[in-house]
Design a protein around this ligand. Structure first.
Ligand code: S3P
Length: 446
């Protein structure tokens, strides 16, 4: 059945194992960056495999309002005619970033070093997420930010055409904040410097290089210092977006849990700063083969073959968190099937995602009969080695990843699991229900 538009969905055990070859949609992080760099480059950029999820479409719309030409071609290739570094135009209306923290924070960086006035807003989830983490560093370049109390959207930005280059040490390991500072540095005179305490996804660095920027990275302690030379001429460059490993995590987990399943996920991004989930699954004893490794547009890509099999409990170190930050809700689901206690350490950042994902992950499992605990910033899941009872209707709180995690749980728990609102899945994984159903999953309106 076509469940793509159902608001509330319920997943139950499929009558037969999952199987087949799936291509998940394009990487969300890389898609945002391809559109932004295309809009700041001179010439026409073509993007293949762009994620056409609502988050990325919000970035496409914003780039259009800021003066770039952004068009979807007939074959699904996107064309972006850029305005050059510093060349974006003042938007005539408020920029609505929907559900997307990445769009809001990265675009704040771009706008800070343009001599234009703009106002950013978003949906209720995004309007509750912290923007001070970008306001603070970006303010030092000479831009002025006025936000709601607590540093919340809506937020007005008076950018500057004479931006000072920033030198900033990230207080939290956040690729979004790093990227905001680097993007502001594009139109600053001189060298922008960002120091990361721990390495986070480097798609902005890769994309900027791909468009011709001069960028150096030097190891520093457990992290690194990134230096970007200001005011480069970015030249249009074609981009092929790999499959999103954070989206692949859901069918992958489903195949691990549903007895007898085997799935092949082709063309998935395997950038080492995104593969913490695969490392953790290996430690849990999962059977995953990584084949056909290749480079596509400067990013490593591979095919993943996953088979159902027993999983053991695991202790996930906090240093791994940046490389699998979006995969904890689905890892928590997997851990609930393992015999023993899984501890996931250092998850403070999960509290400020699309929802408080630390609390939401714990609640989702507890309501479905799993014993869980939050100790400080750690999440503990006490699995019994048997499928959890299930049977609950999970409140997703505008969070796509909680919705998909709950539905995957329902494919293997004793009783079906429902979600109150599946629509937010479209922010990152349009076609999730259809793709999973094609592999043999069972979803129905609840
Ligand atoms: C992202 C970085 C991560 C991640 C988000 C996408 C990015 O956020 O959770 O889904 O594209 O830079 P933080 O950098 O804030 O941890």
């Amino acid at each position: 059945m076509d469940t793509a538009l159902a608001r509330s969905l319920r997943a139950s055990r499929p009558p037969r194992p999952l199987g087949g070859e799936l291509a998940v949609p394009g990487d969300k992080s890389i898609s945002h960056r391809a559109l932004m760099c295309g809009a700041l480059a001179v010439g026409e950029t073509q993007i293949r495999g762009l994620l056409e999820g609502e988050d990325v479409l919000a970035t496409a719309a914003a780039m259009r309002v800021l003066g770039a030409e952004v068009v979807r071609g007939a074959a699904g290739t996107w064309h972006v005619a850029g305005r050059g570094v510093g060349g974006l135009a003042e938007p005539a209306d408020v920029l609505d970033m929907g559900n997307s923290g990445t769009a809001a924070r990265l675009i704040s960086g771009i706008l800070a070093s343009h001599p234009i006035f703009s106002v950013l807003t978003g949906d209720a989830s995004l309007r509750s997420r912290p923007m001070r983490r970008v306001i603070e560093p970006l303010g030092a370049c000479g831009a002025r930010f006025t936000a709601r109390a607590g540093g919340l959207l809506p937020m007005a930005i008076e950018g500057t055409g004479d931006a000072l280059p920033l030198s900033y040490r990230l207080p939290v390991a956040s690729a979004q904040v790093k990227s905001a500072v680097l993007l502001a540095g594009l139109n600053a005179r001189g060298t922008t410097e960002v120091e990361e305490p721990a390495p986070t996804r480097d798609h902005t660095e890769n994309m900027l290089r791909h468009f011709g920027a001069e960028l150096g990275v030097e190891a520093a302690g457990a992290g690194c210092v990134i230096r970007l030379a200001g005011q480069p001429e970015l030249r249009a460059a074609d981009v092929t977006v790999p499959g999103d490993p954070s989206s692949a995590a859901f069918p992958l987990a489903a195949a691990l849990l549903v007895p007898g399943s085997e799935l092949r996920l082709s063309g998935i991004g395997v950038n080492p700063l995104r593969t913490g989930f695969l490392t953790t699954l290996e430690e849990m004893g999962a059977a995953i083969a990584i084949e056909n490794r290749r480079l596509e547009g400067g990013e490593p890509v591979a095919d993943l073959i996953v088979r159902h099999g027993p999983l053991g409990p695991v202790d996930v170190p906090d240093a791994r968190a940046p490389t699998m930050i979006d995969e904890y809700p689905i890892l928590a689901v997997l851990a609930s099937f393992a015999p023993g206690t899984t501890r996931m350490r250092g998850l403070a950042e999960l509290r400020v995602k699309e929802s408080d994902r630390l609390a939401a992950s714990a609640r989702m499992l507890a309501e479905n009969g799993v014993r869980v605990a939050i100790e400080g910033d750690d999440l503990l899941v006490h699995g019994t080695g048997r499928p959890p009872p299930g049977g609950a209707r999970v409140v997703t709180g505008m969070d796509h990843r909680i919705a998909m995690s709950a539905l995957v749980l329902g494919l293997a728990s004793m009783e079906p699991v429902g979600v109150d609102d599946a629509r937010f899945i479209d922010t990152s994984f349009p076609g999730f229900a259809l793709l999973m159903e094609a592999a043999g999953a069972r979803f129905e309106p609840a």
